[in-house]
Design a protein around this ligand. Structure first.
Ligand code: ATP
Length: 901
């Protein structure tokens, strides 16, 4: 059967599809699902085949430096200098090898991090809605899809409620299409099959339940062989800018080398080979060959560190931008608060009932006027409370399941979980209740209208339950139940005042209302408004702030970053929570309604002061992002819902919630938080600043090495002296010792003051005047060290290979000491922590010393690199020069600190 073409699912009746797939509308049994998983394999698309090795090597060869070196090797060999040619070739091979390893390492690190974001799916198994890894979905599974979900497999819809799906990933059509249960014509094209949903497309609105007809490579997406996730950028603007700079340097240096050769050989009639080698030497000395690779590794390390701190970077440039963030716009629920809701009070016409207990466990008494209400007596003592509890359980999509450990596991929305707990505390059994009063209609919760409604058959008629934000629900109500449970005309102002009282205590307030109407009436917002509802009561829920968010807010403020809260919650609730979090001394609040009334320039003014945006709808976020950006801010914005996607895209750094966020939000975001926690954003900012520091340290470390070498060579050629360091020796230093040392900087830990400085401006160039000054100063110091020791050795009558070997060792010694200096760009390095370094620093120093010992004392290195055995005490000279460089730089730092504290 597997090879037969699949039936035209879209034109079949849902029941026929279910029969064909040997499944039922309430899903498969777990055992059957396991068997089918064996048979059909995991629900995933095959990865693209890896790039063959030769193509990766070719990619490495497409590098100007490598080409220069290959030409140099060819010319050197042609001139009969076999050893020099071979050494250059060996260095080329080494460089390609390092490039391949680093490229692979960076790519693997990013791929591994993306793999952390595995999608989930909600399926019906054994009559229960459960959350599973999307790779475990099998044909015949019945899947539930909500707005924001990515479809896990190809589905034939069984039920849809206002469902719309964005199929652009498959059909290129960017307008979301409505979906339906009814079959469509057999010849309908893919884009017209309204009865079908396809793997990888995104539900943008409503809700749907469908049966899986194909998984993995059998899906439409699998058949056209398109990958869901195109690989994102593997570079950032900064790295591109540096690569560009590298290319310009290379071209300029090549031109200089040609001129050098022309002048030396043509004008001054120097020997061709020597002049050529000097030109090659200049080329390799001045080109920062290791820089791009180390910058990529630094970024990859930063991304890995962020992942360890639970922030997954989906777009690499965000690593840089995070360090520039000046405002973080954060959702309240679940990000700044724990999203563990507990009902604390029920407000009824007959008074307030206090609800005891915490968490989702149904333990806790209901207390009115200091009297405990007995669940068994509620029908007599507090009928309205019982009615409210019933509505709370029925107008509800969450499930609470007791676990073996005694706590209750929630599947669904925490607000709704808390309502289930309330119902259980009132003595109801939600599961039984839902079986007795099944749902015949639903209007799912929508953050714009802020309420949800369900219908339940009641004899010939239908009972409707509505729950949602008080002002939204009250607008639909005409009556309210009085203390005895009888409908009386509604006094909306009193109820709004009750809601306000609850909100002042930082509680989220929901109103619950009901109606009974004829069975033939369709459940729509208009029908509800027309018919009118009866208010039953209100509940006040607490969602405490996360303690770590409090600390993180304080950290951000110290780091010059404003934190603003954007929430769908009530203004008073939001203000109370903002004050507890310490967003500002006296948090100011603006509501969504006020935002509506403002034009863009008024909003730009408002965002300068307002800390809390309450009753805000997702589309307000986009305007806020734009207004903040208009004020010159670099904005990080969090989001979880499908409607948050535009704001996440528009923000400088869109941050999506990994746990409770929709797939739509994650796709739009640059960073995904695996713990949905605000504190993680602060950590990511800290890492972002660290990465930038480290990139700058790498550059500040490597450029003066090239600078020092080039100055030495130029001076030598200008004054007609022999080269203090031979070209192959320069290659050795640049590609072996320097890389071993510079690699350490990619791993540098965060400097202590990182979160006490103001944010960096995004327009600040990497090569600031300070960096340029430092590069210039160190280049001169290095050139002086190289020339000084070389000249001293020659002057003392030692042979040239000795002098050159001493100069090379001195250069590497200066690099080692400079490494200790550059680890703190501005702070003093002459401290215990600075001198001790990190294990990595010490390992790199040991490696560099070992390599230099090899260079100096191994006979084969003498042949290859023209080095010579040096008397041991001479190495002390190198070390002393290195130390002197460190001392000069410490002095420079001290002067600069005093000048510009
Ligand atoms: P934040 O924006 O801080 O994350 P939020 O996203 O939870 O807050 P919404 O989910 O938009 O805010 O909720 C807005 C209002 O809608 C709430 O204050 C509450 O009154 C109401 N509400 C929230 N969840 C539900 C629900 N499941 N059913 C009915 N009404 C709800």
């Amino acid at each position: 059967m597997d090879n037969a073409p699949p039936p035209p699912w879209h034109s079949l009746d849902p029941d026929a599809v279910l029969a064909h797939l040997r499944t039922q509308a309430h899903g498969l049994h777990q055992a059957e699902a396991v068997a089918r998983l064996q048979q059909h394999g995991p629900n995933r698309l095959q990865d693209a085949p890896p790039t063959p090795w030769w193509r990766r090597v070719l990619r490495q060869l497409a590098n100007l430096l490598i080409v220069v070196l290959l030409v140099a090797a060819a010319v050197t060999l042609a001139l009969g200098h076999v050893i020099d040619g071979a050494v250059i070739l060996a260095v080329v091979a080494l460089n390609i090898g390092i490039g391949l390893v680093q490229e692979g390492k960076a790519a693997r690190a990013l791929a591994a991090i993306r793999a952390l974001l595995t999608p989930h799916a909600q399926v019906w198994r054994d009559g229960r809605l459960i959350d599973i890894d999307a790779t475990h979905v099998v044909p015949g599974d019945v899947v539930q899809v909500n707005a924001g979900d990515r479809l896990p497999a190809d589905l034939r819809w069984l039920r849809t409620h206002e469902l719309e799906v964005d199929e652009s990933a498959l059909t290129g059509e960017s307008v979301p299409v409505p979906k339906q249960r009814e079959p469509v014509a057999a010849h309908a094209e893919l884009g017209d099959r309204a009865s079908m949903g396809y793997a990888g497309t995104l539900a943008t609105r409503g809700q749907g339940v469908g049966v899986v007809v194909a998984t993995g490579m059998q899906t439409e997406m699998g058949r056209i062989g398109r990958l869901l996730e195109s690989v994102g950028e593997t570079t950032t603007p900064l790295v591109r800018q540096m690569a560009q700079m590298g290319r310009w340097i290379t071209l300029a240096v090549l031109a200089a080398a040609v001129v050098l050769f022309g002048v030396g050989w043509g004008l001054r009639a120097l020997p061709a080979l020597d002049t050529f080698m000097a030109a090659v030497g200049l080329a390799v000395a001045a080109i920062p060959e290791g820089l791009p690779a180390i910058l990529s590794v630094t970024l990859a390390i930063g991304v890995q560190r962020m992942a360890q701190r639970r922030a997954i970077v989906r777009r690499l440039p965000a690593v840089e931008t995070l360090g520039c963030v000046t405002v973080i716009g954060s959702d309240k629920t679940g990000t700044l608060t724990r999203n563990e809701m507990t009902v604390q009070a029920v407000v009824l016409a007959g008074g307030v009932v206090q609800v005891q207990g915490s968490g989702y466990a149904p333990q806790g008494a209901l207390v009115r006027d200091d009297q405990v209400l007995q669940p068994a007596e509620l029908w007599r003592e507090a009928p309205t409370l019982l009615a409210l509890a019933e509505g709370a359980a029925l107008c509800n999509d969450a499930e609470l399941v007791p676990s073996e450990t005694g706590d209750w596991r929630l599947s669904g929305d925490p607000t709704e979980g808390a309502l289930l707990t309330l119902a259980m505390k009132a003595g109801l059994e939600p599961h039984t209740l839902r079986e007795e009063q099944p749902r015949c209609a639903v209007l799912p919760f929508d953050s714009q209208r802020r309420w949800m409604a369900t219908g339940h058959p009641l004899g010939e008629r239908v009972r409707v339950w509505v729950k949602g934000a008080p002002e939204a629900v009250l607008a639909l109500c005409r009556q309210a139940l009085d203390a005895d449970g009888h409908p009386t005309p509604l006094d909306a102002d009193t109820w709004l005042a009750h809601a306000e009282t609850q909100a002042t205590q930082g509680r989220r307030v929901l109103a619950i209302a009901t109606a009974v109407w004829p069975a033939r009436r369709t459940l729509t917002p208009e029908a509800l408004a027309e018919h009118g509802l009866t208010l039953v009561g209100q509940v006040g829920l607490i969602d405490p702030p996360r303690p770590e968010a409090q600390t993180a807010v304080a950290q951000c403020r110290a780091a010059g970053i404003r934190v603003i809260m954007i929430t769908g919650d009530h203004a008073t609730t939001a203000r109370a929570i903002a004050a507890q979090l310490g967003l500002s001394e006296r948090p100011t609040v603006l509501t969504g309604q006020a935002i509506e009334a403002m034009d863009d320039s008024a909003l730009q003014q408002a965002v300068r002061e307002v800390d809390v945006f309450a009753r805000a709808a997702p589309h307000h976020k986009l305007r806020l992002v734009r207004a903040l950006q208009g004020q010159g801010h670099v904005v990080a914005m969090t989001g979880d819902g499908v409607n948050d996607a535009p704001a996440l895209k528009a923000a400088d750094v869109g941050v999506a919630m990994g746990r409770h966020g929709t797939e739509a939000a994650k796709q739009a975001a640059a960073v995904v938080l695996t713990d949905d926690n605000f504190a993680t954003i602060a950590h990511a900012v800290e890492e972002g600043r660290t990465v930038y520091d480290n990139l700058r340290k790498v550059i500040t470390f490597l450029l003066p090495i090239n600078g020092g070498e080039s100055v030495s060579l130029l001076v030598a050629v200008l004054f007609g002296l022999a080269l203090p360091i031979a070209p192959v020796q320069i290659l050795w230093v640049n590609m072996v010792s320097s890389i071993a040392l510079a690699m350490v900087l990619a791993f540098e830990p965060t400097e202590p003051d990182v979160m006490r400085r103001p944010p960096r401006s995004p327009s600040e160039p990497m090569l600031t005047p300070f960096v340029l000054w430092r590069v210039g100063l160190v280049s001169v110091l290095f050139a002086a060290g190289i020339f000084g020791t070389y000249g001293w050795a020659l002057h003392a009558g030692h042979p040239a290979p000795w002098a050159q070997t001493l100069a090379v060792n001195t250069l590497v010694a200066m690099e080692i000491f400079y490494l200790f200096s550059v680890r703190y760009l501005k702070a003093a390095s002459f401290t215990w922590a600075g001198a001790r370094g990190t294990p990595r620093v010490l390992a790199a120093v040991a490696a560099a010393c070992g390599l230099q010992a090899l260079f100096t004392y191994a006979p084969f290195m003498h042949t290859w690199f023209g080095s010579a055995d040096l008397p041991l005490p001479w190495l002390a000279i190198s070390a002393a020069v290195g130390l002197a460089v460190l001392l000069v730089l410490e002095l420079e730092k001290a002067v600069l600190r005093r000048w510009r504290p």
